[in-house]
Design a protein around this ligand. Structure first.
Ligand code: SAM
Length: 380
């Protein structure tokens, strides 16, 4: 049964946000760099002409996995100080900020974390977010990324609350390899069962995210691809990234997307598919025999900063304009101090307008050691 909402429905008055957005757009239209790159679709352009279109919302900094590349157990042990409850945004606060972002042109919301399904009563938040409408009056594109461990219990309530589709992370079909990567010996079968539950609940199409790390799970590439193709799942291989600074990232640990594609193509011939929309992060390929699609997210070897339309809201209410940021801007403080929707829209607008981030395009040995915010904190 879906938990009843404790969040009162909130009327959205986006007029001020739209006014701020159009004032900003006209101010920026005089900037040659911005107007040259701006793709003409609604949404606030940043200083490089990239529109604000997507918001990733981290609902918790906690996770029940200790993936070696994200929250290694040596660092995130029993004594690790996660956010105290009072510093985490409430559902009311998240829904309020999301409505302001949508009024500013965001059309896609992705719920993430940490492990989002470990946040209590998550369907309540989903119900509120699924009620948001874009300026064109369309429902927002609402999705969620999860490790799948609690999907058996939650897939139905999430779908009922209005979640449309889901992405599940799974790094191997081999229990030994998967257990080593997830850091808690979590069995593959339970994730597969979660995926089955998501399918029965209609959370489709289902995407599967796989991080490939050299020396850990390259041997899992082909078995995962065969399985996903047979199951009708959209598998996306992600290059191991230098997010945060606790995973000891080295360029040598990255398996380039091209290498992954070559090994897939040798067994299951591929052809490329045009991006579904500007800013899509995955390079998409289809199997030539028509049996489905696979993707690669080549953030290290083929950075896509030039098309990045994503902002990230951390569990404690900071706004980050890049996955590799060293700092965010606090929205929770002003909100709790009584800022109006217009004030918050102005803050977001100003921040986005000044955005110049292009970390992945500038990545080098020197940037790997920057004190970047951890992915579990700002939302993957
Ligand atoms: N707990 C959820 C999950 O497992 O999907 C959501 C959060 S997790 C941080 C989001 C995605 O980021 C996962 O697919 C994970 O594999 C990926 N990820 C985490 N650290 C990464 C890294 N260093 N490089 C590439 N992908 C990473």
């Amino acid at each position: 049964m879906l938990v009843q909402s404790s969040v009162p429905p909130r009327p959205v008055n986006p007029s001020a946000a739209f006014a701020a957005a159009s004032a900003l757009r006209s101010a920026l239209s005089s900037s040659a760099a911005a107007s040259a790159a701006f793709d003409g679709r609604p949404g606030l352009p940043d200083a490089r002409g990239r529109a604000l279109r997507d918001l990733r919302i981290s609902v918790t900094d906690r996770c029940n996995f200790r993936c070696t590349y994200c929250m290694p157990a040596e660092v995130f042990g029993r004594d690790f100080a996660f956010l105290p409850r009072e510093l985490v945004l409430s559902f009311e606060e998240i829904a309020r900020l999301a409505s302001i972002f949508v009024a500013l042109g965001v059309h896609k919301l992705r719920i993430t974390g940490g492990e989002p399904l470990s946040r209590r009563d998550l369907p309540v938040l989903v119900r509120h977010l699924s009620g948001l409408r874009t300026a064109e009056g369309l429902p927002v594109d609402l999705t969620l990324t999860t490790n799948g461990s609690a999907l058996r219990a939650l897939a139905g309530p999430l779908a009922e609350a209005g979640l449309q589709r889901i992405t599940v992370s799974l790094d191997s079909l081999d229990d030994e390899v998967f257990g080593r990567m997830n850091g808690v010996d979590f069995p593959v079968a339970r994730v597969l069962d979660g995926i089955a539950a998501a399918r029965s609940a209609g959370l489709t199409p289902i995407k599967v995210n796989t991080v490939i790390r050299r020396g850990m799970n390259e041997a899992s590439i082909l078995p995962l691809a065969r399985w996903a193709r047979a199951e009708g799942l959209i598998l996306r291989f992600i290059e191991y990234m230098d997010v945060g600074h606790t995973n000891g990232w080295r360029l040598d640990d990255v398996v380039p997307a091209m290498e992954i594609l070559e090994s897939l193509d040798a067994e299951m011939p591929l052809e490329s598919v045009e991006a579904g929309y500007r800013g899509e992060v995955a390079g998409r390929y289809r199997y030539r025999d028509g049996s489905g699609e696979v993707g690669v997210i080549a953030s290290v070897t083929r950075p896509f900063c030039g098309d990045c339309t994503r902002a990230r809201l951390s569990a404690d209410g900071s706004l980050y304009t890049c996955l590799f940021a060293v700092a965010g801007t606090d929205l929770k403080g002003p909100m709790r101090a009584g800022a109006s929707d217009d004030d918050l829209a102005g803050l977001i607008t100003g921040l986005w307008a000044a955005r110049t981030d292009q970390y992945s395009e500038l990545r080098s040995a020197a940037t790997a050691d920057l004190p970047k915010v951890e992915m579990h904190a700002l939302g993957g």
